[in-house]
Design a protein around this ligand. Structure first.
Ligand code: PLP
Length: 240
């Protein structure tokens, strides 16, 4: 699906303006909110346009597509002034047998939801002499089909992740239930924010590192920003 560069540019402007107004409504600075451009429906030219617009944080939900995209983009990227700022984020579910390939392409994973997975990442990171930034995915909406640790287990798991030397717990991530009405997402985002405050308040994670709330997608990111998101994962709103 190729969108025209002009369309993408206009979309980026609109998303930035929407984030700025949401921040203004609740007295936040727009500089606190990063756009993660989710490229799963975009083609390579779309991604280049996005990077040219200054969207340097790119997200993919599948490991194979992330590694392919990162590889395909690399030669072009190497010639761009923004090259050193571009980062791929894994935002979708990670199977334990995919830890090795994903760490060749990214050092930030939004979807850690078990100790076993975290231990695998830590072990592989140690072999690579790397530090991997991770977020704990929480199933705040308590939907049985969703990935993510249960709300009641999140604090304990956050604390355990803190003991893994090659992981850095940088925040929490959640997905709201699909809904036509963005307001339906608000309780989910507010819950994640409460958990975040609890983990910080009880110093279960390192306060210098534990700074991010990854929440909000195309249908609900303004609400997520009002509730404290520092990373919004936006795909459709950029490319459609
Ligand atoms: C696809 C996806 C998004 C972006 O969804 P849009 O509705 O296209 O903005 C965000 N987060 C995750 C985990 C996704 O898989």
């Amino acid at each position: 699906m190729a969108a025209s560069p002009k369309t993408i540019e206009a979309n980026v402007d609109r998303v930035r303006e929407t984030i700025a107004s949401a921040c203004a409504r609740v007295g936040r600075s727009a500089a606190e909110v990063q756009i993660i451009g989710v490229t799963k429906t975009a083609d390579l030219e779309d991604i280049k346009t996005l990077v040219r617009c200054g969207v340097t944080q790119l997200g993919e939900s599948r490991v194979q597509q992330l590694t392919e995209r990162a590889e395909q983009l690399a030669p072009w990227l190497a010639q761009q002034p923004l090259a050193s700022e571009v980062r791929w984020h894994l935002i979708g579910h990670l199977q334990r047998n995919k830890v090795k390939p994903v760490l060749h392409a990214t050092r930030i994973i939004h979807s850690v939801d078990s100790l076993r997975l975290a231990e695998d990442i830590d072990e592989r990171a140690e072999q690579m002499d790397a530090t991997v930034e991770v977020m704990l995915q929480v199933n705040c909406s308590q939907e049985p089909q969703k990935f993510g640790v249960a709300v009641g287990a999140a604090c304990h798991l956050a604390e355990l992740l803190g003991t893994l030397k090659n992981l850095r717990l940088v925040g929490l991530m959640t997905m709201a239930p699909l809904s036509e009405n963005p307001e339906n997402a608000r309780p989910t985002f507010a819950r994640l924010r409460e958990l975040f405050d609890e983990i910080r308040g009880e110093r279960l994670a390192h306060p210098d590192h534990f700074r991010h709330l990854s929440m909000g997608m195309s249908g609900d990111y303004p609400v997520a920003v009002e509730e404290g998101a520092t990373m919004v994962r936006v795909g459709t709103a950029l490319f459609a």
